[in-house]
Ligand binder design. Structure first.
Ligand SMILES: [Zn+2]
Length: 146
């Protein structure tokens, strides 16, 4: 599988968002372009978690309206929505059953584990077309300035 290419600042932004939201989940969008050598993230954008506070701990949901807004903004910038990120407070950075049931194929799902308020492992996953399971996607964090 082609890697998800993050800039160091994207990695930092996702981790900081996860730490800020702790003990709740954060979520947001990954915007960028699919290229021959990987999925190039150009921008990460925070989304408001739209579920009630009591459910925020282990559920993430992005409102359809927020998705449409992000999609329009991405297209206006010549980008696509490549996927989403969210945090797992005090839980491993592996997709949950809820994630499996609510994900769509094609998109990248970045999960950052936040243990006791400190961001830990960051992983990315892609749902199989038959929706049976996620496959891990390599994450490459590197500067592209050269
Ligand atoms: Zn999750």
């Amino acid at each position: 599988m082609l890697p998800l290419q993050l800039l160091p600042e994207h990695d930092r932004t996702i981790r900081e968002h996860g730490e800020r939201a702790f003990p709740h989940e954060c979520c947001g969008f990954l915007l960028g372009r699919d290229r021959d050598d990987g999925r190039e993230v150009v921008e990460v954008a925070a989304a408001l978690n739209s579920r009630g506070e009591l459910e925020l701990h282990n559920r993430f949901t992005i409102e359809p309206e927020a998705f449409m807004r992000a999609d329009r903004a991405a297209r206006a910038a010549g980008l696509d929505i490549l996927g989403f990120y969210h945090s797992h407070p005090d839980a491993p950075s592996r997709p949950s059953q809820y994630d499996l049931e609510h994900a769509w194929p094609v998109y990248s799902y970045v999960i950052v584990s936040v243990a006791g308020g400190a961001a830990d492992e960051l992983t990315s996953w892609v749902l199989r077309d038959d929706r049976s399971r996620f496959d891990p996607q390599p994450v490459a964090v590197a500067d592209r300035s050269e």
